[in-house]
Design a protein around this ligand. Sequence first.
Ligand SMILES: [Zn+2]
Length: 107
Amino acid sequence: MATDAVFKKMPLVGTFNIVFGIVGLVVSLILCFVFLPLGLICLFGAIIFLAVGIKGVQGAWIGSCPYCGRPKVEISKEPGAANCPKCKQRVICDNGAFYTLKEISER
Ligand SMILES: [Zn+2]
């Protein structure tokens, strides 16, 4: 059954994460020259912060899975699609609601 979705944006948290990620990138590059393994670990962390930050600034549609009902399934744009993290089924976002593939093809 189709479920309602809400568009969520976290510009403040996102911006903070991006700034933190950029600072982390610079620090990890310096660390790479001092001690390579530690630099690489920091680089990895910085990239995660950047990715989370960019996602927060762009926003995403959040709703529950129309197949298994798992809450907090995220789809970055509308119309768009993503796989449910729990049941791995394809969830389609359209017009502010999440649909199953079958529901989309029957409309
Ligand atoms: Zn699911």
